[in-house]
Design a binder for this molecule. Sequence first.
Ligand code: ARG
Length: 584
Amino acid sequence: MNATQEQLKLKVEQALVAAFGTELSGTDPMLVPASNPKFGDYQANLSLPLSKKLGKQPRIIAQQIVDKLDVSDICEAPEIAGPGFINLRLKTDYIEAQLNAIQADTRLGVAKVKHPQREIVDFSSPNIAKEMHVGHLRSTIIGDSIARILEFIGHDVLRLNHVGDWGTQFGMLITYLREVSPDALTTANALEIADLVEFYKQAKKRFDEDDNFKETARQEVVRLQSGAEDTLHAWKLLCAQSREEFQEIYDLLDVKLCERGESFYNPLLADVVKDLEKSGLLEESDRAKVVFLDGFTNKEGQPLPLIIQKSDGGYNYATTDLAAIRYRTQQDEAKRIIYLTDAGQSGHFAGVFQVARRAGWIPDDVEVVHVGFGMVLGEDGKRLRTRAGDTVRLRDLLDEAVMRSRADLDMRLQESGREETDEFKANVAQVVGISAVKYADLSQNRMTDYKFSFDKMLSLKGNTAPYMLYSYARTQSIAREGNIDFQQLGDVKIQLQADSEFTLAKHLLQLDEVITEVEQELLPHRLCEYLYQLSDKFNKFYENCPVLKSEATVRTSRLALCYLTARTLKLGLNLLGIQVLERM
Ligand code: ARG
């Protein structure tokens, strides 16, 4: 709800009490945005449900409320419609004043939160020596956007990369490399990362088939955990190599992360077990140490355990996450912790959150949220794969997006006979290609699976990055055409005349509301939807209202509207991690 709606709601509530007495205070005025612009901007629907209680016809109730309602500073005279709706239309003066206020504000009317707090976004989090796949890409893109929004509204955000850099996988890999490529354990970058991934697969195979290998690998994990120098050195080399590979992707995507992998929590795991033991939560089951979960049962109706320490003494993914929560609430003093992984991990997080809560590691004023998302599918509707059936390398995927956007650009330039420098072309292709991938991901409700289609995401039409970037570039081309420096416009008084101007103006005033909503519900696609409609409303305005050809004051006012649209698009896209282009 925005400030205007809030004010109107209060006023209707007051009018209701003035008309019918204090016993009705606290009644919801049911004030909502009008279902149709024909009826104005807002409607209060409270008269109908009150009819029975007050024993009066809804229209009469509505009239009695309206008689006491003073909204003259915000709205035209209220109208009663249909069976008793109260319709409210914002005054032009009021809209103009609001516009002028956000125009003068570098934050475009988006206030900072009153109580900034430490918030952690745990995102991306690929695994060392394993492939970083499209699921990690989704986590990276959505997590970055959420982090940007939280930062913008003033929270103190810790962007944590919980990389899988510890555990049995290293025992296997190191044991295998000792056999086939000992160099890789002593020399930096002796292997290509792709080879590493391949070796990992072979190591896993050996581990599953060969008991001797399995035993040696186990011992290698113990050596690693007890800090044996050669093993530790090999581990560091492997991590460094993967890290370089991940960093390339983060650079391409312009995403900043602070690496704090699973290994960071290793020294804290024993304490987790001790604490759980002290609090009486820990039990033994099949020689493993477990906590039985409330409300989780298996098919036979038996309570499900969360395994904390395996019978061989090793720890689990969940144990590390428990240590992480404990550290994040106690040391980092986080008030909200947001985890981004595919929806498949929701059971894992539900279990971990429950145990952490019962252990007292999540105080009442701390919120933990698992932000799950659906799968990335190929155009065939199945899990995204290469033609050969392999997992798609992220680097290849991003490169292809850029390559295709370059081909589109070259074709457009050729058709229009426009000449541009190589530098210009390379930059446009890069920004459009990367933005297209990001936007395709962000514009979907994250809970649903989505189909990865280069053709769709690179299209200039529809809810796509190119369309959005194009709308922004259009605002800039108006300035160029009129030889105008938007920044020099100064304090223009925006005056609204045409319908499409009103529509655009009212939409521009809603940014604050949308951002608040995204901040609370953690659904970035709402911001995409807002920007998409903004582009649409701007393009309609531009088709209907001459800007440069208008007379003096109208011209200036419309230019100011273009500039405000440009700033809103730029800010909104930036919060999605998308850079704008002045020309494209
Ligand atoms: N490394 C994990 C994976 O690839 C994701 C980690 C998510 N974060 C966490 N705290 N568990 O599935």
